[in-house]
Design a protein around this ligand. Structure first.
Ligand code: NAD
Ligand code: LMR
Length: 309
């Protein structure tokens, strides 16, 4: 099995590193437009194989898509990241052109691939990938909620003094500072609602800190995060190639589910060998549904910008 990661920058390289360490495929191709970058990082990673003991063969390519031919999964991380003070939405002008170009090339060489979109603004880039490739909706998956849900678990675990691995918590809606919706009502600590252990103030803080999780890291680092984003992308690849049927919140095309249609937005889905296989309904209450609708309005407005570029 072959997996391609487009973009050998911070997120792409981290995602590839996770994929290799877990031996999720026999062949892993890292591709970037910058001369030598993907080849160099691929070699560097291959030189960890003897130390870490993995057998995945990683190769790099400078924009030669013939090397990616026959990939089962392609992860798109190419594009510029935001700087402190920026929103993800401000990246649309540059990244839409990059993602469209990458999609055209992927389609030429890997017409059967499942595509995971990471580049920002991710919800709109997922919509763009769906439209421009014309692939069946189940094969286009945006990565945002998987990361945001991991961050929500981190924020809750800090307040509960527990392991993030003991928590279940999901973030739905858009992958934006104001569009994501951490569903505190559904969050549990080994099956017990976290709302039993955290007071109103702690709950509000955990939600608010999750929503600005990406912006907080961007301010600290000077560019956006990569460890958790790369790991989140690899976890989704793992669920596809091992047909794990794990539940992740992903940005997928809605056709009436959660009261929305003609839009790609984050909802809980089952991920397996066919891509996203099923949307799981969490039965939002009135307040949560209103937030979801507001999130959809904001993402829809951003999608409209695509027509003006
Ligand atoms: N969805 C999420 O949860 C999430 C999380 C983190 C980052 N991101 C986004 O992922 C993207 C990448 O972030 P990063 O930190 O890795 O940035 P980066 O600058 O480190 O890497 C981006 C890479 O893309 C390459 N690239 C640019 N145009 C290309 C093209 N046409 N073809 C191939 N490669 C091309 C660049 O040369 C660069 O190496 C950004 O848009 C960022 O906002 C999204
Ligand atoms: O914050 C960003 O711009 C990158 C990414 O979307 C993230 O949430 O880490």
């Amino acid at each position: 099995m072959k997996v391609t990661v487009v973009g050998a920058g911070a997120v792409g390289a981290t995602c590839a590193d996770n994929i290799a360490r877990k031996e999720l495929c026999q062949e892993l191709v890292l591709l970037d437009i910058k001369e030598g970058l993907a080849e160099g990082k691929a070699q560097d990673m291959m030189q960890t194989a003897a130390l870490l003991g993995f057998d995945t063969k990683i190769t790099g390519s400078t924009n030669d898509y013939s090397k990616t031919a026959g990939s089962s999964v392609v992860v798109i991380t190419s594009g510029i990241p935001r700087k402190p003070g920026m929103t993800r939405e401000e990246l649309i002008g540059t990244n839409a052109g990059i993602v469209k170009n990458v999609c055209d090339n992927i389609l030429k060489y890997s017409p059967d691939a499942i595509i995971i979109v990471i580049s920002n603004p991710m919800d709109t880039m997922t919509q763009l990938a769906l439209k421009s490739t014309g692939l069946p909706k189940n094969r286009i998956i945006g990565m945002g909620g998987t990361l945001d849900s991991a961050r929500f678990k981190y924020q809750l675990s800090q307040r509960l003094g527990c392991s993030p691995a003991d928590l279940n918590a999901v973030v739905v809606g858009g992958h934006g500072d104001t569009t994501m919706i951490p569903l505190i009502r559904f969050a549990t600590w080994n099956s017990v609602p976290v709302t039993r252990f955290l007071n109103q103030n702690e709950q509000k803080e955990a939600v608010a800190d999750t929503m600005v999780g990406g912006a907080t890291l961007t301010k600290l680092i000077g560019t956006s995060a990569w460890y958790a984003p790369g790991a989140a992308g690899a976890a989704m690849v793992e669920s596809i190639v091992r047909d794990e049927k794990k539940l992740f919140t992903c940005c997928v095309s809605l056709e009436g589910e959660y009261g929305q249609k003609d839009i790609c937005l984050g909802v809980p889905v089952i991920i397996g060998r066919n891509g996203w296989e099923k949307i799981i309904s969490f039965e939002l209450n009135e307040e949560e549904q209103a937030l979801f609708n507001k999130s959809a309005d904001a993402v829809r407005a951003m999608n409209e910008v695509l027509n003006t570029l």
